[in-house]
Unconditional design. Sequence first.
Length: 209
Amino acid sequence: MYLPNYSEVKDLALIKAFIENHSFGAFITATAEGINVNHYPFLLEQKGTEWILYTHLARSNPQWKSLSASSPMVTAVFTGPHTYVSPIYYKDPLNVPTWNYTAVHASGPCEVVNDDALSRDLMKRLVEFYETKYQTHWKYELPESFHEGLLKGIVWVKIRVTSLEAKFKLSQNRNREDYEGVVKALSKRGTDADREILEYMQLTKPEWK
């Protein structure tokens, strides 16, 4: 990912929170046949300094079969809020339009989970994570025969994250007056994406000399 210094985020706590808040990501694998991209919900697990991402695929989805041989390198892409920025928000309108956006790329070796107990635990944790997040409080209590059938129909995979790239392109390269013009305009527009972008702008606000 093209990552100018002004837009690079290195705060691991912020990156972790971002992934958890935008955890439905794109899963990218590459084989001799080409690139394969699918979209899944992810679980992030942190063990000390090690980060692990888990997700599950339908067993009928051939993407997982390329992961069973040699722990290939893969990438998970998480995207957050994004919004259009017009030149009229700047002091000098002799500029060009741009886009403010947020994204994290997490890469590393990936392997298939061949542990029934872990697969069961991961499914339970995934459901609990989203039921809590969305405050729906459905109980993961299924008849064993039904549950067993569901588990046989999916494949869990594990990504050991060895590379993290976080890009929050949020007008940090503008001078204070232009930056504040963007903040004012987005506050006035007030869409959900604008409001969330403003929250991230506050967290990554530059310091001008």
